[in-house]
Structure formats: structure tokens, C-alpha cells
Design a protein around this ligand. Sequence first.
Ligand SMILES: [Zn+2]
Ligand SMILES: [Zn+2]
Length: 113
Amino acid sequence: MERYQYDKEMCDGWKSYPIRLTTDRVSKCHGQPTVLVQSMKHGFVTANCLECGNKDYLSEAEFRSLRLIVSCPKCKQLMVPKLIDDNYSYCCEHCGLYIWLADLLPHWTDLAQ
Ligand SMILES: [Zn+2]
Ligand SMILES: [Zn+2]
């Protein structure tokens, strides 16, 4: 399995995309929706409070129940959610590629606090 990486300009583009991904969970601190973001390092993903930015872990069960359809950048087939080296990823068995979920999300510093 090889990690598929988009070029930086492309990533910067969709990291500023105004539609955010959320989960069914509300934040413990404010009871507000949580927004999925790329956390401080690598492919780590957290669910942050929309109101104050407090971060919380995204469980593997939550990750697997996200209603996302991710298509392989190469063959366009559906990619399957998988934990690879502790990073939530989508992978294509056919092409031997995976994408970090974190690469598709805004960086935590890009959220309004
Ligand atoms: Zn909060
Ligand atoms: Zn593929």
C-alpha cells in the first residue's frame, strides 16, 4: 500500500472549501456540532467543537460510520475506510493506494475560534 498525496496547491484549495464534515456527536463543552479537522501532526484527525475549537478524538467506529464516498484518484472505484499506521485512511485494494482522511480536511488552525 502506497500513500497517495495530492500536490500542495490542490490540498490548500480544498482545505479552504467552506463545506465542513461533521459527525453525529455534539461537543462535550458546548453541546455544539463537531467539525472534523486535521490535527497538529501527520494524519491525525480530531472532531473539534464548532464554538470553541476544543478538540476530541474521533473513534474508529465514528470514522467507519462517516457517510463519505471517496473515489480512487486512479481507477475511480470506491475506496474503503481503513486504519493504516494509526491514521484514518481510505484505500483502494485494486491500485494499492491509500489517502489520509486528514489530507481531505481543513487544518485545525483554519477554523474560526
Ligand atoms: Zn466548546
Ligand atoms: Zn484504484
